[in-house]
Design a protein around this ligand. Structure first.
Ligand SMILES: Cn1ncc2ncnc(NCCc3cnc(NC(=O)Nc4cccc(C(F)(F)F)c4)s3)c21
Length: 273
Protein backbone atom coordinates (compact mmCIF):
# COMPACT_ATOMS: atom_id res chain seq x y z
CA UNK A 1 0.00 0.00 0.00
CA UNK A 2 2.85 2.36 -0.77
CA UNK A 3 2.11 6.03 -1.34
CA UNK A 4 3.49 5.59 -4.84
CA UNK A 5 0.35 3.67 -5.75
CA UNK A 6 -1.88 6.76 -6.09
CA UNK A 7 -4.36 4.39 -7.70
CA UNK A 8 -8.14 4.27 -7.46
CA UNK A 9 -8.81 2.05 -4.49
CA UNK A 10 -12.18 0.32 -4.09
CA UNK A 11 -13.64 -1.77 -1.31
CA UNK A 12 -13.06 -4.85 -3.49
CA UNK A 13 -9.31 -4.37 -3.06
CA UNK A 14 -9.65 -5.29 0.63
CA UNK A 15 -10.69 -8.22 2.80
CA UNK A 16 -12.43 -6.69 5.82
CA UNK A 17 -11.62 -8.11 9.29
CA UNK A 18 -12.67 -7.44 12.88
CA UNK A 19 -13.88 -4.03 14.04
CA UNK A 20 -11.05 -2.10 15.77
CA UNK A 21 -13.10 0.74 17.23
CA UNK A 22 -15.95 3.10 16.62
CA UNK A 23 -15.82 6.88 16.44
CA UNK A 24 -18.36 9.67 16.14
CA UNK A 25 -18.35 9.53 12.34
CA UNK A 26 -17.90 5.84 11.70
CA UNK A 27 -16.16 2.58 12.50
CA UNK A 28 -12.62 1.33 11.96
CA UNK A 29 -11.93 -2.20 10.70
CA UNK A 30 -8.87 -4.37 10.34
CA UNK A 31 -8.39 -4.99 6.62
CA UNK A 32 -5.98 -6.67 4.23
CA UNK A 33 -5.20 -5.32 0.77
CA UNK A 34 -5.67 -8.38 -1.43
CA UNK A 35 -2.82 -7.85 -3.91
CA UNK A 36 -0.03 -7.07 -1.44
CA UNK A 37 -1.51 -8.87 1.61
CA UNK A 38 -0.65 -5.65 3.46
CA UNK A 39 -2.58 -5.29 6.73
CA UNK A 40 -4.19 -1.86 7.24
CA UNK A 41 -6.90 -0.18 9.28
CA UNK A 42 -9.88 1.03 7.27
CA UNK A 43 -11.92 3.89 8.73
CA UNK A 44 -15.40 4.08 7.22
CA UNK A 45 -17.09 7.51 7.36
CA UNK A 46 -20.65 8.22 6.30
CA UNK A 47 -20.91 11.09 3.82
CA UNK A 48 -24.31 12.04 5.27
CA UNK A 49 -22.76 12.61 8.72
CA UNK A 50 -19.78 14.50 7.30
CA UNK A 51 -22.14 16.77 5.36
CA UNK A 52 -24.42 17.20 8.39
CA UNK A 53 -21.45 18.32 10.51
CA UNK A 54 -19.97 20.39 7.64
CA UNK A 55 -16.52 18.88 8.19
CA UNK A 56 -15.75 17.77 4.63
CA UNK A 57 -13.14 20.56 4.32
CA UNK A 58 -11.47 19.31 7.53
CA UNK A 59 -11.28 15.79 6.12
CA UNK A 60 -9.76 17.05 2.86
CA UNK A 61 -7.22 19.04 4.90
CA UNK A 62 -6.39 15.97 7.00
CA UNK A 63 -5.73 13.86 3.89
CA UNK A 64 -3.65 16.66 2.34
CA UNK A 65 -1.60 17.25 5.52
CA UNK A 66 -1.11 13.55 6.25
CA UNK A 67 0.07 12.82 2.71
CA UNK A 68 3.22 14.87 3.48
CA UNK A 69 3.93 13.50 6.98
CA UNK A 70 6.31 10.58 7.49
CA UNK A 71 7.43 9.97 11.08
CA UNK A 72 7.76 6.82 13.27
CA UNK A 73 5.41 8.36 15.87
CA UNK A 74 2.77 9.56 13.41
CA UNK A 75 0.23 7.04 12.15
CA UNK A 76 0.35 6.92 8.35
CA UNK A 77 -2.71 7.76 6.27
CA UNK A 78 -1.89 5.89 3.03
CA UNK A 79 -4.87 7.17 1.04
CA UNK A 80 -8.63 7.26 0.77
CA UNK A 81 -11.47 6.35 -1.52
CA UNK A 82 -15.23 6.71 -1.53
CA UNK A 83 -18.41 5.15 -2.88
CA UNK A 84 -22.00 6.35 -3.06
CA UNK A 85 -22.48 6.74 0.71
CA UNK A 86 -19.13 6.43 2.44
CA UNK A 87 -15.58 7.75 2.55
CA UNK A 88 -12.84 5.25 3.47
CA UNK A 89 -9.49 6.20 5.04
CA UNK A 90 -6.67 3.68 4.46
CA UNK A 91 -4.59 3.86 7.65
CA UNK A 92 -1.49 2.25 9.12
CA UNK A 93 -2.61 -0.47 11.56
CA UNK A 94 -1.48 -0.05 15.20
CA UNK A 95 -1.47 -3.62 16.56
CA UNK A 96 -1.48 -2.67 20.27
CA UNK A 97 -4.54 -0.44 19.94
CA UNK A 98 -5.68 2.64 21.78
CA UNK A 99 -3.56 4.30 24.46
CA UNK A 100 -6.55 5.55 26.47
CA UNK A 101 -7.65 1.94 27.08
CA UNK A 102 -4.16 1.14 28.37
CA UNK A 103 -4.32 4.23 30.64
CA UNK A 104 -7.75 3.20 31.97
CA UNK A 105 -6.40 -0.28 32.70
CA UNK A 106 -3.22 0.86 34.51
CA UNK A 107 -4.96 3.91 36.14
CA UNK A 108 -1.71 5.89 35.62
CA UNK A 109 1.70 5.21 34.04
CA UNK A 110 5.12 4.95 35.69
CA UNK A 111 7.35 8.01 35.32
CA UNK A 112 9.61 6.09 32.93
CA UNK A 113 6.69 5.06 30.68
CA UNK A 114 5.14 8.56 30.82
CA UNK A 115 8.47 10.25 30.03
CA UNK A 116 9.14 7.85 27.13
CA UNK A 117 5.72 8.64 25.63
CA UNK A 118 6.10 12.41 26.18
CA UNK A 119 9.55 12.40 24.55
CA UNK A 120 8.33 10.54 21.45
CA UNK A 121 5.32 12.85 21.14
CA UNK A 122 7.60 15.89 21.49
CA UNK A 123 9.79 14.57 18.66
CA UNK A 124 6.70 13.95 16.46
CA UNK A 125 5.40 17.48 17.20
CA UNK A 126 8.82 19.05 16.48
CA UNK A 127 8.62 17.30 13.10
CA UNK A 128 5.04 18.56 12.48
CA UNK A 129 5.80 22.14 13.58
CA UNK A 130 8.86 22.05 11.30
CA UNK A 131 6.36 21.52 8.48
CA UNK A 132 4.09 24.32 9.81
CA UNK A 133 1.47 21.77 10.88
CA UNK A 134 -0.16 21.99 14.31
CA UNK A 135 -2.16 18.98 15.44
CA UNK A 136 -4.45 20.81 17.89
CA UNK A 137 -6.13 17.66 19.17
CA UNK A 138 -3.46 15.86 21.21
CA UNK A 139 -5.31 13.66 23.73
CA UNK A 140 -5.25 9.97 24.80
CA UNK A 141 -8.10 9.08 22.38
CA UNK A 142 -5.90 10.12 19.43
CA UNK A 143 -2.88 8.05 20.46
CA UNK A 144 -2.32 4.48 19.32
CA UNK A 145 0.33 1.89 20.19
CA UNK A 146 2.54 0.27 17.54
CA UNK A 147 3.88 -3.30 17.44
CA UNK A 148 6.94 -2.42 19.60
CA UNK A 149 4.82 -0.50 22.15
CA UNK A 150 5.74 2.84 20.53
CA UNK A 151 3.25 5.71 20.45
CA UNK A 152 1.60 6.90 17.23
CA UNK A 153 -0.27 10.19 16.91
CA UNK A 154 -3.44 9.58 14.91
CA UNK A 155 -6.35 11.59 13.59
CA UNK A 156 -5.19 14.86 12.09
CA UNK A 157 -8.84 15.77 11.56
CA UNK A 158 -8.24 18.96 13.59
CA UNK A 159 -4.78 19.80 12.31
CA UNK A 160 -4.07 22.97 10.34
CA UNK A 161 -1.26 24.62 8.46
CA UNK A 162 -0.23 27.50 10.73
CA UNK A 163 -1.09 30.19 8.22
CA UNK A 164 -4.81 29.75 8.71
CA UNK A 165 -6.27 29.84 12.20
CA UNK A 166 -9.98 28.98 11.85
CA UNK A 167 -11.52 26.26 14.03
CA UNK A 168 -14.83 25.38 15.64
CA UNK A 169 -15.25 23.76 19.03
CA UNK A 170 -16.12 20.12 19.49
CA UNK A 171 -15.10 17.24 21.72
CA UNK A 172 -13.61 17.50 25.19
CA UNK A 173 -12.61 20.92 26.50
CA UNK A 174 -10.00 19.39 28.83
CA UNK A 175 -7.16 19.63 26.34
CA UNK A 176 -7.82 23.12 24.96
CA UNK A 177 -5.29 25.80 26.02
CA UNK A 178 -6.51 29.20 27.28
CA UNK A 179 -6.08 30.94 23.91
CA UNK A 180 -8.31 28.35 22.20
CA UNK A 181 -10.88 28.41 25.00
CA UNK A 182 -10.86 32.23 24.89
CA UNK A 183 -10.79 31.84 21.08
CA UNK A 184 -8.03 34.36 20.57
CA UNK A 185 -5.18 33.79 18.07
CA UNK A 186 -3.20 30.56 18.50
CA UNK A 187 -0.08 28.92 17.08
CA UNK A 188 2.04 25.76 17.43
CA UNK A 189 2.38 26.38 21.18
CA UNK A 190 -1.16 24.98 21.59
CA UNK A 191 0.38 21.52 21.10
CA UNK A 192 2.87 22.23 23.92
CA UNK A 193 -0.04 23.00 26.25
CA UNK A 194 -1.87 19.78 25.22
CA UNK A 195 1.30 17.75 25.69
CA UNK A 196 1.53 19.20 29.21
CA UNK A 197 -2.09 18.15 29.88
CA UNK A 198 -1.28 14.70 28.51
CA UNK A 199 1.84 14.38 30.69
CA UNK A 200 -0.24 15.23 33.76
CA UNK A 201 -2.92 12.67 32.78
CA UNK A 202 -0.27 9.96 32.15
CA UNK A 203 1.04 10.47 35.70
CA UNK A 204 -2.22 11.11 37.62
CA UNK A 205 -4.79 9.27 35.46
CA UNK A 206 -6.99 12.37 35.08
CA UNK A 207 -6.48 15.69 33.23
CA UNK A 208 -5.51 18.63 35.54
CA UNK A 209 -8.54 20.91 35.01
CA UNK A 210 -11.26 18.25 35.02
CA UNK A 211 -14.51 19.41 36.61
CA UNK A 212 -18.15 18.30 36.63
CA UNK A 213 -19.42 21.31 34.69
CA UNK A 214 -17.98 22.65 31.41
CA UNK A 215 -18.06 26.14 32.93
CA UNK A 216 -15.83 24.99 35.80
CA UNK A 217 -13.35 23.32 33.45
CA UNK A 218 -13.33 26.50 31.33
CA UNK A 219 -12.57 28.68 34.41
CA UNK A 220 -9.87 26.31 35.68
CA UNK A 221 -8.16 26.37 32.27
CA UNK A 222 -8.15 30.13 31.82
CA UNK A 223 -6.96 30.59 35.42
CA UNK A 224 -4.44 27.74 34.98
CA UNK A 225 -5.71 26.36 38.27
CA UNK A 226 -2.98 23.67 38.38
CA UNK A 227 -2.94 21.43 41.48
CA UNK A 228 -0.87 18.28 42.12
CA UNK A 229 -2.75 15.76 44.35
CA UNK A 230 -0.74 13.94 47.08
CA UNK A 231 -1.51 10.56 45.44
CA UNK A 232 -0.15 9.01 43.30
CA UNK A 233 3.32 10.18 44.35
CA UNK A 234 4.99 12.07 41.48
CA UNK A 235 8.56 13.42 41.47
CA UNK A 236 9.01 17.19 41.81
CA UNK A 237 11.11 17.19 38.61
CA UNK A 238 8.05 15.85 36.73
CA UNK A 239 5.86 18.55 38.30
CA UNK A 240 8.47 21.14 37.29
CA UNK A 241 8.20 20.09 33.62
CA UNK A 242 4.38 20.17 33.68
CA UNK A 243 4.45 23.62 35.33
CA UNK A 244 6.70 24.92 32.53
CA UNK A 245 4.27 23.67 29.84
CA UNK A 246 0.95 24.72 31.38
CA UNK A 247 1.66 28.45 31.19
CA UNK A 248 -1.12 30.84 30.16
CA UNK A 249 1.16 33.07 28.08
CA UNK A 250 1.77 30.82 25.06
CA UNK A 251 5.12 32.53 24.34
CA UNK A 252 6.41 31.48 27.77
CA UNK A 253 5.69 27.73 27.40
CA UNK A 254 8.76 25.46 27.38
CA UNK A 255 9.76 24.97 23.72
CA UNK A 256 9.64 21.32 22.60
CA UNK A 257 13.40 21.06 21.94
CA UNK A 258 14.02 22.35 25.51
CA UNK A 259 11.55 19.72 26.78
CA UNK A 260 13.80 16.99 25.36
CA UNK A 261 16.68 18.39 27.50
CA UNK A 262 14.59 18.67 30.68
CA UNK A 263 16.07 16.54 33.55
CA UNK A 264 12.83 14.56 33.98
CA UNK A 265 12.92 13.47 30.31
CA UNK A 266 16.71 12.89 30.31
CA UNK A 267 16.51 10.77 33.49
CA UNK A 268 13.35 8.78 32.61
CA UNK A 269 12.71 8.47 28.85
CA UNK A 270 13.94 5.34 27.06
CA UNK A 271 16.57 6.39 24.48
CA UNK A 272 14.63 4.71 21.62
CA UNK A 273 11.63 6.78 22.74
C1 LIG B 1 -8.79 1.84 17.01
N1 LIG B 1 -7.59 1.29 16.37
N2 LIG B 1 -6.96 0.19 16.83
C2 LIG B 1 -5.91 -0.08 16.08
C3 LIG B 1 -5.85 0.89 15.06
N3 LIG B 1 -4.98 1.09 14.04
C4 LIG B 1 -5.19 2.13 13.25
N4 LIG B 1 -6.23 3.02 13.38
C5 LIG B 1 -7.10 2.83 14.36
N5 LIG B 1 -8.12 3.72 14.50
C6 LIG B 1 -8.28 4.85 13.59
C7 LIG B 1 -7.34 5.98 14.01
C8 LIG B 1 -7.47 7.15 13.08
C9 LIG B 1 -6.47 7.70 12.33
N6 LIG B 1 -6.85 8.77 11.60
C10 LIG B 1 -8.12 9.07 11.75
N7 LIG B 1 -8.71 10.15 11.08
C11 LIG B 1 -10.03 10.46 11.23
O1 LIG B 1 -10.79 9.79 11.91
N8 LIG B 1 -10.38 11.56 10.55
C12 LIG B 1 -11.68 12.11 10.54
C13 LIG B 1 -12.79 11.35 10.86
C14 LIG B 1 -14.04 11.98 10.82
C15 LIG B 1 -14.19 13.32 10.48
C16 LIG B 1 -13.03 14.02 10.18
C17 LIG B 1 -13.14 15.48 9.82
F1 LIG B 1 -13.83 15.55 8.69
F2 LIG B 1 -13.78 16.12 10.82
F3 LIG B 1 -11.93 16.00 9.68
C18 LIG B 1 -11.78 13.45 10.20
S1 LIG B 1 -8.90 8.02 12.82
C19 LIG B 1 -6.93 1.75 15.25
Amino acid sequence: VSAGEQRRWTLNDFDIGKPLGRGKFGHVYLAREKRSNHIVALKVLFKSQLQQSQVEHQLRREVEIQSHLRHPHILRLYGYFYDQKRVYLILEYAPKGELYKELQKCKHFSERRAATYVASLARALIYCHGKHVIHRDIKPENLLIGAQGELKIADFGWSVHTFNRRRTMCGTLDYLPPEMVESTEHDASVDIWSLGILCYEFLYGVPPFEAKEHSDTYRRIVQVDLKFPPKPIVSSVAKDLISQMLVKDSTQRLPLHKLLEHPWIVQNAEPSG
